[in-house]
Each structure stands twice: as structure tokens, then as C-alpha cells.
Ligand binder design. Sequence first.
Ligand code: CP
Length: 316
Amino acid sequence: MKKFIKCNDLIDFELCVNQIIDSKKNPTKEVYNKEGKVLGLIFFNPSLRTRLSVQKAAINLGMRIICMNIKDEGWQLEFDDNVIMNGDKAEHVREAAKVISTYCDIIGIRSFANLSNKKSDLEDNVINSFVKHSTVPIINLESAISHPLQSLADAITIKEMSKVKKPKIVLSWAPHPKPLPHAVANSFIEMCTLCNFDLTIANPLGYDLDKKITKGYEIIHQQNDAFKNADFIYAKNWSSFDDYGKVNLCDNSWTIDENKMSLTNEAYFMHCLPVRRNMIVTDSVLESNCNITIEQASNRVHGTQFILNELLKNEN
Ligand code: CP
């Protein structure tokens, strides 16, 4: 595997999820040794879980880590070609990616959607520029349109926690005061497809996601109807896709509370975190036994460890 940008970069995603769950149960079965290998982490945006879980995964493999908050600490990068660089961007990604490649064996990139230029976001320009110009594998730490490491951890968590063979999963929009990208929701849907999960999407009118991604799935605009008999509720906010990047609605009637959870089949509550309490979900749901967000975050390490190992497998 040369890159991990989307869930389907794994040839058999579900098989990999099962292997990760198996290796959690039998941690000594496979001995990893990637001593001397260097993981470079480049952050254009903030992070808690991704930054720490990826470092923990690399440490578990014996790797060394170098990390840079490039927006605050580096030169501003130019991504367009054939431009006269007489503005505030001092370095082109063509040089930056090649230089970082000489220091690292894998490069992780976090670069959110800017939510102002739909075309550029949909092209996933930043991470794809690094894929194009680097000479080592690239791992996606959340790009404009995908967050596959999150979805890998989500898949592990659902398979580990599910009480039934084919759980009913609801991806539910929930309110948030600021415009958020679509990456987590996109990758979650992609992951559900690859794992053949029974997924329903619930969101208000005007908040349908990219039709290319939701194709084949039922989209319900009444949250209560969607929650009936669900085994997992996956909450996430996203800004409007059609009215790109806009928050036209911050409807607190979509906040997930105990009453809504009582409509479900004693469903587990999931969220990628960070979560805004009493906006996305009430304190009472987060403080109840149905909350498995910490398990999700913990599984980030296991998923990432597997991916780093895969990316280093075919070296040399
Ligand atoms: N879920 C997630 O990616 O968390 P961070 O933004 O804190 O990395």
C-alpha cells in the first residue's frame, strides 16, 4: 500500500478491521519492529486525538516522530502551479513535499476543508499535492473530504460492541454553531459500505451530503423516525453541502438526548470527538453507559498502528 487517503485504499477493508480486532485479542501474535523509521506529521489544523494516537501507534512500532504545526511554524505553502509567487506564500508544495520526504519514511497530513471553495475541497487539493510530490507514503490525518483513520476506529468499535450480526446504524446530523467539514461523515458512509453495515442517514432538509457518497442510502429528514430500533447512533455535525459551507440552521431540536435514545434498540452513542456538550448531545447521554466515544478514540491507536505497518511493509 502506497498511501492511506480513503478507506478503500485498503484492498479488503473489512478483513483488515477483523485482523485488527484479532490482534487486539492476541497482542503478541505479530511482532512489529519499525525501529529507525521516521514518521513526519504535518498539521495545518488543530488536533488532540489524531496527533496523540498516531504518535502512540508509531511509538508502539518503534518508530520516531517529527511533528510540525505548519500554519504557525512553517512557511506558507503554495499549491497552485505556474503562479508568480510574489504574495505571502514563500514555499511551493513541490519542494516542501520532496524535502520532507528526505527526512521521513511516512508523512501524515492534516488539512481540513476551507469550506469556501467547493471545487478545491472536492479535489482534496492539499493532501493530493503531497501524494503527487512526495517520494514516501502519505497517510491522511483528515483531509478536506475524508477522515479514514477515524472511520477505521469506528468500524473496529462497532464490530467489537455490536450485540447483533448486522446492526442498524444511524448517522445523525446534530447542531453546531460553526461550519464544519463533511470529511468524517463522508468516510463513515464509505466505511459502512465497505463493511456492508445497515446504515440510515438522518439530517434536516438542506443538509443532504454529497449525493455521490450517499447514493443507495435512505436519507430521513425526521430524526425520531430514523432512531427507531437503531443499534448505534453516530452523531456528527456538517455544514450545508448544497449551500456550500454555510450554517443555515442550528436547530436544537436535533440535539441528541435521552428521549431520542429511548426510541432506539438500547443503542450505543458514537461521536468522533471533540463534542460540544448540550449542542450535539446532552450531558445525560454522554454520562450514560451507552456512550462509547472513549472506546472509539482508544481504537484510533490500533487502527493507525495497522496502517503504518501496512505502509512500511512494501518498502525497499
Ligand atoms: N476525531 C479526531 O480526529 O479528533 P482530533 O480532531 O482531536 O484529532
